[in-house]
Design a protein. Structure first.
Length: 300
């Protein structure tokens, strides 16, 4: 009985580590942005009549995102072990063997692709495959080569709402691209703030983030403000496309001006506290903006 009771906590810890491989918070954000894309394509209660489509789209997307995260951890396990912020991850800390992450990542990726192909449509499956491939096979190795990897990595992070739109419509109309632009541009100031906060850690891990190659921070500051300005403009593009109204427009402008203020403060001070404030505001900004977009779309 004692041996059995000892195995149960060990099994629970093993399962927790397997869940951690999927980066649950990032994966949840991917699923939420996919759901936003679906809601924008079919506002109101239109999706209620298609529960299988909703479940297959969100489930398949979750599997692809979780698989990509596990493969990313497998690829970067040695670098993670050299950084304080990632040293406790399952592979970096030696709690799991690399083969577990590799098998889990491949299995989830295959399963997610199959679900999207068979139960949703080809366009969504292709977008999902592109997301996986660009994140794992392009962005992940580029992080050690060039600072511009952040731009490349923002592409797979911005595709999920397009997947949601394509799942409903089968195509990629202008509003889907507007959602892509919002997600793509949001990631830049968000990740620049993180890169500044952990630049020493990234340097120890061998990653060439912009904060590592520009330690004085002049280019970091300029690009943070520039991408935030572009984000504010992109967030208002849905008004011109007719998929949002004045309620969203007013809220988006208010959120955007707040974001821009935080970006300018970071650009001026280039301090850890200003970077942390920018990062926290970016975390608040995205769900606030997307929530406004969905609610406003339902009211149109």
């Amino acid at each position: 009985m004692k041996a059995l009771s000892a195995r149960q906590p060990a099994r629970a810890l093993w399962l927790n580590d397997c869940v951690e491989l999927t980066k649950p918070r990032i994966t949840l954000m991917v699923v939420i942005t996919t759901a936003v894309g679906m809601s924008m394509a079919a506002p109101g209660m239109a999706l209620a009549s298609s529960p299988l489509l909703v479940a297959a789209t969100l489930g398949g997307t979750w599997m692809l995102a979780a698989g990509a995260s596990a493969l990313n951890m497998w690829w970067e396990r040695d670098a993670d072990a050299r950084m304080r912020r990632t040293g406790s991850r399952p592979l970096a800390a030696g709690r799991l063997v690399p083969e577990v992450a590799l098998s889990l990542g491949i299995g989830l990726a295959i399963g997610g692709t199959a679900i999207l192909s068979l139960l949703v449509n080809t366009t969504t499956a292709v977008l999902g495959t592109l997301t996986l491939a660009s994140y794992v096979a392009v962005y992940t190795p580029l992080k050690r080569v060039t600072e511009w990897s952040t731009l490349v990595g923002a592409v797979p992070g911005a595709i999920p709402p397009m997947m949601g739109w394509a799942a409903v419509t089968g195509g990629l109309e202008a509003p889907a691209w507007a959602l892509f632009a919002i997600l793509f541009l949001w990631q830049m100031p968000h990740f620049y703030a993180i890169a500044w906060l952990y630049k020493d850690d990234y340097a120890a891990g061998g990653f060439r983030t912009i904060a590592v190659v520009d330690p004085e921070g002049s280019r970091v500051a300029r690009q943070t403000v520039a991408f935030t300005v572009l984000l504010v403009l992109a967030s208002l593009s849905t008004l011109a496309l007719g998929v949002s109204g004045m309620l969203y427009g007013i809220g988006a402008l208010a959120l955007g001006l707040g974001f821009l203020r935080a970006a300018r403060l970071f650009a001026e001070r280039r301090s850890a506290s200003a970077a942390r404030r920018l990062m926290l505001f970016s975390v608040f900004y995205l769900p606030g903006l997307l929530g406004l977009l969905v609610v406003d779309r339902m009211l149109l």
